[in-house]
Structure formats: C-alpha cells, structure tokens
Ligand binder design. Structure first.
Ligand code: NAP
Length: 252
C-alpha cells in the first residue's frame, strides 16, 4: 500500500515510516522538511496522488491556544479535501487520551476540533488516542518550572514509549478503518508528578518536582483520572524504568 505520513519527519512519524517500510509498504513522509505543507497546501496533492491511506502525526509548531487551534483545523481541513480529490480510503490520526475531558486546555480543544472534522468528513477513519509519551517528560517539566522547582499535579497518567505508539499507528494504518477510536497506553498508572520526577532523576536533572494539585498542566487543572483511559485500552508493556535505563546507557 502507499501510505502517506503527514508529520513523517517527527518523533512518531519517523519511527512509523521505518516500520511501514520494513513491512513492505510505500511510506512517504510529508512535512515542510520534505516539501509538503498542510497549512499552505504546498505539495499536498502531489504527495497524496495514488495514496491508499493517510496517517496524520503532525503537530503544531506553537502550543499557544489560538495557534494550535488554527494549525489543527486548517491542516486537517486541507488534508481531508486533498484526500477526497485523491480518493484516499482511510484517514488515521493520532490524538490524546481524554481530549474531551479537559475543555479548559486549549491544546486538547484543538485536538477535539481536529477529531470532529475527521468524523464528519465521510472518509473512513481511525482515531488513535495515546497517553503521554515517555519522551515528553522533560517538555512537561519545562512548562511547569519556576527556578529550580517543577510544580505538578498528582493526577494520574499512564505514559507510553513512542516506539509503542508508532507500532500501534502502523498496525492501525495497515488495517481496516475502525470508524472509531482506539485508546493505547503504557503498563503503569502513576501521578504526573511521579512520572516527571522519575524521568528527571534518571536524566540527572537537578530540578525538584513538588506535588501541587492546583498546578495547571498546559494551562488546565486536570481531574484525577482525566488523562487515563476510561475503558478498554491496548496496553503496551514497555516500562518507564526500563526505557529510562536504556536511554541513559545510550546517551552515556
Ligand atoms: N507528546 C505526547 O505525549 C502526545 C501524547 C498523545 C498524542 N500526541 C500527538 O502526537 C502527535 C505527534 O507528536 P510528535 O511529538 O511525534 O510530533 P513532533 O515530533 O513535534 O513532529 C511534528 C511533525 O509535524 C510536522 N509539521 C509541522 N508543521 C507542519 C505543516 N505545516 N505541514 C505538515 N507537517 C507539519 C513536522 O514537520 P517538520 O519536521 O518538517 O517541521 C513534524 O514532522 C501530535 O498530533 C500530538 O497531538 C502527543
């Protein structure tokens, strides 16, 4: 199959391109770095010509509320229009577990808007909702840092390795459209504070993580279980400790 990966140069996208290629698909990375811009439309029709499946794992360059909403709505509208012209039979997109449970989050409101455009499009689709990536821990810390202190809630997360996310995206792209949502997660629930504390310790980052239930996460107060799967989820078994140990060996 020809599978176009929008955002195929990013963290998940580059791992996904390798997996799809290893499985014998023609996998095309489409992003500004490969001459495809889903905001301006540059290169999009050419990239989608003859495509069977389009996977969207792009992300907004800016997380400011208005920017992220403009990115996901403009980009998704342009991608879906190009898919209709090209006769693409399956749109797969990566979103976040709990999107609709945190309406105060501008980022998650934008992901809800992205999902609505997809479900209303009439194109067969699959939505994959992932929990926070292990790789995201330092970025979470950076947004919650004041001096040497990182202030985070102990509301629960169930973080997952980006490799496992890419595996789930590959299987979904190669399968029949779900016309629904698949939740994916890592093996263990833990507080957001504990997740970031564990990662920073492994990285030798001296910042102290202080537990604060009133601390916002990307601008929103998070209810205790808002970011963990509510029902059935596909659970991967890569453990945070094992993953961190492998990272620190690699980077030593
Ligand atoms: N971080 C998490 O914990 C988490 C959890 C659940 C779900 N997600 C979702 O996972 C998805 C992928 O995240 P990621 O961390 O893999 O992203 P990333 O590494 O930041 O990569 C973003 C990708 O988007 C591309 N892009 C940016 N602007 C574009 C444009 N105008 N047209 C086409 N492509 C464009 C970039 O292309 P260039 O390289 O060419 O700039 C890059 O390939 C996001 O949708 C996010 O919502 C993230």
């Amino acid at each position: 199959m020809k599978i176009v990966v929008i955002g195929g140069t990013g963290l998940i996208g580059s791992k996904l391109i390798s997996r799809l290629t290893d499985h014998g698909h023609v996998a095309v990375a489409a992003s500004p770095n490969t001459g495809v811009n889903t905001i301006t439309g540059e290169g999009l029709d050419d990239a989608l010509a003859g495509a069977d499946v389009v996977v969207d794992v792009s992300n907004s360059p800016s997380f400011a509320d208005a920017d992220v909403m403009a990115f996901f709505t403009t980009s998704t509208t342009n991608i879906l229009a190009a898919e209709k012209s090209a006769g693409v039979g399956h749109h797969v997109a990566l979103s976040v577990v709990g999107t609709s449970r945190v309406p105060e989050s501008g980022y998650l409101r934008a992901k809800v808007a992205q999902e609505k455009l997809i479900t209303d499009s009439g194109i067969p689709y699959s939505l994959v909702h992932a929990t926070q990536f292990f790789e995201f821990a330092r970025s979470i810390a950076d947004t919650a840092t004041d001096g040497a202190t990182v202030r985070l809630t102990d509301s629960l997360v169930r973080p997952i390795a980006a490799d496992d996310v890419a595996t789930a995206m590959g299987r979904t792209a190669a399968g029949a459209p779900l016309n629904g949502t698949l939740d994916i997660a890592g093996p263990a629930e833990m507080g957001l504070d504990q997740f970031v504390r564990t990662a920073l310790a492994a990285y030798g980052d001296p910042r102290e993580v202080v537990t604060d239930r009133t601390a916002p996460y990307f601008g929103a107060i998070i209810a205790e279980r808002a970011l963990v799967p509510g029902g059935d989820a596909l659970v991967f078994d890569t453990r945070l400790d094992d993953w961190l140990a492998a990272q620190t060996v690699t980077s030593a």
